[in-house]
Design a protein around this ligand. Structure first.
Ligand code: NAP
Length: 258
C-alpha cells in the first residue's frame, strides 16, 4: 500500500483527489481545518474503499500547525509517497480595498504552506528515491490578475524550479493549473459566477484523473481542458504589456458588474 497526503481534503478538488486516490488503493492523510468534515470524509473513504485514513485538523496559515503536517511528512516509519498541496481560498476584494491580514493568511496558505511542505516531502522522497508532489496552482497564474493570481504564478514557477532540482532523483513535481471548477471555492469567496459560460466550467473528478495521467506522463505543468490549454498557451506567448491591459479591462468589467 502507498500513502498520499492531501491538504484541503474536505471539499472540491481535494476531496476529488481523495476519492480517486483511495479508489486506486492508496491510504490517505487528510488535512483541513474543520474536524467534523474531516471525520465525515474519513468515514466515507474507509467505508467505500477500505483504506486507512489519518486526520490532521490544522489551519495551514498558522506556523505551529503547519509544522505538524511537515512533521508527518518527515516521519521515516510512515512514508508518504504522494503530496497534494491543494488547500486554498480566494478573495473578492481588490488588494487595496481588502484587509491586509486576510491577504497575509492567503499568502501563507497558497504559498508558504506549499513551500514548507514541498521542502520536507521532497527531502524525504529523495532519500527514498521515489515520490510525487502535486501543487494545485491555477490557470490564472498565467495572467496578471490580483494577489490570488500572483500567488498562483508563484506556485507554478516554484513547482517548475522544484521539478528541475529533482530531475533524476526518482521524485517528480507537477503544478496543476485548473480553470473555473465546480467546488465551494467561489461561494466561500463571495464571487458571483452566474455569468460564466457553461463551457468554462470544469468537473473536479475529471480534472483529478487528467492530472494523475499527466503526473504519470512526467508532465511538470498540467492544464486540464482544451479551452484552458488554449488560454494558457496564448497567455504565454502574448506580450506582457498587452496581457496587462486585457487583464485590467476584464477586472474592471467584473468589478463594475458586482
Ligand atoms: N475552484 C476553482 O475554480 C479553482 C480554480 C483554480 C484553482 N483552484 C485551486 O484549487 C484548490 C482547491 O480549491 P477548491 O476549488 O477545491 O476549493 P474548496 O471547495 O473551497 O476547498 C478548499 C479546501 O481547502 C481547505 N482550506 C481552506 N483554507 C484552509 C486553511 N487555512 N488550512 C487548511 N485547510 C484549508 C478547506 O477546508 P477547511 O475550510 O475545513 O479548512 C477545503 O477542504 C485551491 O488551491 C484553489 O486555489 C480552484
Amino acid at each position: 500500500m502507498r500513502t498520499a497526503l492531501v491538504t484541503g481534503a474536505t471539499s472540491g478538488i481535494g476531496h476529488a483527489f481523495c476519492r480517486e486516490l483511495a479508489e486506486r488503493g492508496n491510504d490517505l492523510v487528510i488535512v483541513a481545518r474543520d474536524r467534523v468534515r474531516l471525520e465525515n470524509v474519513s468515514d466515507e473513504l474507509r467505508a467505500r474503499y477500505s483504506v486507512n485514513v489519518e486526520i490532521l485538523a490544522v489551519d495551514l496559515s498558522k506556523r505551529t500547525q503547519l509544522r505538524k503536517v511537515a512533521d508527518r511528512l518527515a516521519d521515516r516509519d510512515r512514508p508518504v509517497n504522494l503530496l497534494v498541496n491543494n488547500a486554498g481560498f480566494g478573495m473578492s476584494k481588490s488588494f487595496l480595498k481588502g484587509d491586509l491580514a486576510d491577504e497575509e493568511a492567503m499568502l501563507d496558505v497558497l504559498c508558504r504552506a506549499v513551500l514548507v511542505l514541498s521542502h520536507t516531502a521532497a527531502l524525504s522522497m529523495k532519500e527514498r528515491g521515489r515520490g510525487h508532489i502535486i501543487n494545485v496552482s491555477s490557470v490564472i497564474g498565467f495572467v496578471p490578475q490580483g494577489t490570488y493570481g500572483a500567488a498562483k504564478a508563484w506556485v507554478t514557477a516554484f513547482t517548475e524550479t522544484l521539478a528541475h532540482e529533482l530531475e533524476g532523483s526518482g521524485v517528480s513535481a507537477t503544478a496543476l493549473c485548473p480553470g473555473f471548477t465546480h467546488t465551494e471555492f467561489h461561494e466561500r469567496a463571495s464571487l458571483d459566477m452566474s455569468r460564466l459560460p457553461q463551457a468554462l466550467w470544469l468537473d473536479a473528478d475529471w480534472l483529478v484523473r487528467d492530472c494523475l495521467d499527466d503526473v504519470r506522463a512526467g508532465k511538470v505543468i498540467s492544464v486540464p481542458g482544451i479551452q484552458y490549454k488554449v488560454i494558457a498557451g496564448v497567455a504565454q506567448i502574448m506580450p506582457n504589456s498587452l496581457l496587462r491591459v486585457l487583464s485590467s479591462r476584464a477586472d474592471s468589467l467584473r468589478r463594475r458588474k458586482r
